[in-house]
Write a protein that binds this ligand. Structure first.
Ligand code: C2E
Ligand code: MG
Ligand code: MG
Length: 552
């Protein structure tokens, strides 16, 4: 206490600079009031009650890692003073061995030293966590590389790298594991690149790699592949094996921009594309990567998860027997309820599903859902119904297609005679696409086959002989003008009579008008389907339609 009094008197007497002195008896009380804005410096007595050596200093440091501190020791304690300085204290004073001159100077220097240290930190060129060059140094090197590339007519490549699902590491294993992982990634990148390449950490888990004097652009691709490969080995962090992947985007100077910020932005965009494409890959930025491709990519990415998110739904359109006027079956038609775009019809997403192969899992889902639903309706006592399911060419060409159909029938308990598969004309024309054995396998499942949209392709009824075809569906385009266009009427008529002579059933689809229905009735077409009778309906609506029919 006498020291504190002495000090306050000493300091109060000083003019230039002048000090304002606040004194707390205990460390706890002091730390409660401490704030970086108010105090320039802490003068800490190491001989506080309950603390030994320089424990009091460590205690303070833990709570206030950056505050400038000068420690006050007694003459026997010199070691603690030096230790405290080694731990980051600015200086120390020995009790009884100072005058106002010395105290003033020490405190003043301590404050100044702390300030210049901070300035230096800001200006320094390295990331304190990974020791990689920081953004300032990186941009400087990038500018130099761009100038050199201009002179020698070369390229500069920027690889923008983002660690996939890094946030999950921080969230589940804690920030210290996250930090260690970032260091390990930095180390692995450094180990896989030339010394002339510059790596920087630009965001929390984002790195940018600068490849100067790139002669061939494929060089950057090779480097990106090398990095993907380098991520294949796990990172061992604090006794854990972490398997990580990364996504990268690549931009080139001068092709993708002649300005630092634009090059970075474009590499970043390409990286986002890599994320969209399922992560663990890299994409090149190109100015042709326009909004349309991005939109398509987004759709594709969404479609990938449409099944598991329950966004797909089957609608059912009744098929009417023209002789009895009764509903005898229905066609299952797919709808996608997209979270942002609402209900999408098949023409809006099936081409994409075909291109990406996603039609295979989707087609399987359709088949299983339609079979299960039909079995349910049959069990509920609704009259004999046959469900028609559209099959894409890709699906049909799958080697295990027949086996899959059989498996689904068994799984759902639907009798094969209640299922009709609608195939395209293309399938009929493709002789090499599948073997007799696979056709036999399909025959032996007992399901019926229909040819959809008949008359639009190049097949003739003769080519159908090879297939166990049961039904022909006349394409809507002939139905539209059937009552006004004599050619359409002649074609439809020919299809019906030829099909009947081959003992095939005929369905006309797209019937919207009474007059169209009359035409097909008078020409002995077997079944019809179209808006005149009903639009495709959701399960609940279709159920109530069935109930109505049962009540009649
Ligand atoms: P599709 O098999 O020829 O199906 C008939 C299409 O005509 C359906 O269009 C149906 O809604 C529509 N339609 C029915 N009645 C009328 C009518 O009176 N007037 C008019 N203008 N149109 C009518 P949707 O549902 O948009 O399906 C289009 C195509 O997408 C289908 O043509 C089929 O090729 C395909 N598709 C639908 N669902 C699936 C599926 O689950 N898997 C596969 N692979 N393809 C499917
Ligand atoms: Mg169809
Ligand atoms: Mg059709």
């Amino acid at each position: 206490m006498s020291h504190a009094n002495l000090l306050s008197k000493t300091l109060a007497a000083r003019q230039n600079p002048s000090f304002q002195f606040q004194w707390s008896k205990t460390l706890d009380r002091a730390t409660q009031h401490l704030s970086a804005e108010k105090e320039d410096i802490v003068l800490l007595d190491l001989e506080l009650p309950g603390y030994q050596g320089f424990d009091a200093y460590l205690h303070l440091r833990r709570q206030y890692p950056t505050h400038p501190v000068v420690v006050l020791i007694n003459s026997e304690q010199k070691m603690s003073g030096t230790e405290a300085v080694m731990q980051g204290a600015q200086d120390y004073l020995v009790k009884g061995q100072y005058d106002d001159e010395l105290v003033g100077r020490v405190l003043n220097y301590a404050v100044e030293r702390k300030r210049s240290e901070e300035r230096l930190n800001q200006l320094s060129f390295y990331d304190p966590l990974t020791y990689l060059p920081n953004r300032i140094l990186f941009i400087d090197r990038l500018r130099q590389a761009m100038m050199a590339a201009n002179r020698y007519h070369q390229h500069v490549a920027l690889l923008f790298l983002d660690i996939d699902r890094f946030r999950r590491i921080n969230e589940t294993l804690g920030y210290s594991v996250g930090d260690e992982l970032l260091k390990a990634v930095a180390g692995r990148l450094t180990g896989n690149l030339y010394e002339t390449d510059t790596i920087t950490r630009i965001g929390s888990d984002e790195f940018v790699i600068l490849l100067p004097n790139v002669v061939k652009m494929t060089h950057a691709v090779k480097v990106a592949n090398k990095i993907l490969g380098a991520f294949r080995l796990p990172f061992s962090i604090q006794g854990r094996e972490l398997f990580m992947t990364c996504s990268m985007g690549i931009s080139f100077f001068p092709n993708d921009g002649d300005d630092v910020e634009i090059l970075l932005k474009n590499a970043d965009k390409a990286m986002s594309l890599a994320k969209l494409r399922g992560r663990n890959n890299f994409q090149l930025y190109s100015s042709t990567m326009n909004a349309k491709t991005l939109e398509r990519l987004e759709l594709e990415n969404h479609l990938r998860y449409a099944i598991e998110r329950g966004e797909l739904e089957l609608f059912y359109q009744p098929q009417i027997d023209l002789k009895t006027g009764k509903m005898v079956g229905m066609e299952a038609l797919l709808r996608w309820f997209h979270p942002n775009r609402g209900r999408l019809s098949p023409s809006e997403f099936l081409p994409l599903a075909e291109e990406t192969g996603l039609i295979l899992p989707i087609g399987e889902w359709v088949l299983e859902t339609a079979c299960r639903q039909t079995r349910e309706w049959l069990e509920q006592g609704f009259p004999e119904l046959r469900v028609a399911v559209n099959i894409s060419d890709l699906q049909f060409r799958e080697e295990n297609f027949a086996w899959n159909v059989d498996r689904i029938l068994k799984k759902t308990g639907l009798h094969p005679s209640s299922l009709e598969l609608e195939l395209t004309e293309n399938i009929m024309m493709d002789k090499e696409g599948f073997s007799d054995a696979s056709l036999d396998a399909l025959k032996s499942t007992g399901v019926k086959l229909a040819i959809d949209d008949f008359g639009t392709g190049y097949s003739s009824l003769g080519t159908l002989k090879r297939f166990p075809v049961h039904t022909v569906k006349i394409d809507q385009s002939f139905v539209k003008e059937i009552t006004t266009n004599p050619d359409d009427a002649a074609i439809a008529n020919a299809i019906i009579s030829m099909a009947h002579s081959l003992r095939l059933e005929v369905v006309a689809e797209g019937i919207e008008l009474e007059s169209q229905a009359d035409f097909f009735k008078s020409h002995h077409c077997d079944k019809v389907q179209g808006y005149l009778f009903s639009k495709p309906l959701a399960v609940a609506e279709f159920s109530s339609l069935l109930e109505k029919q049962l009540a009649h």
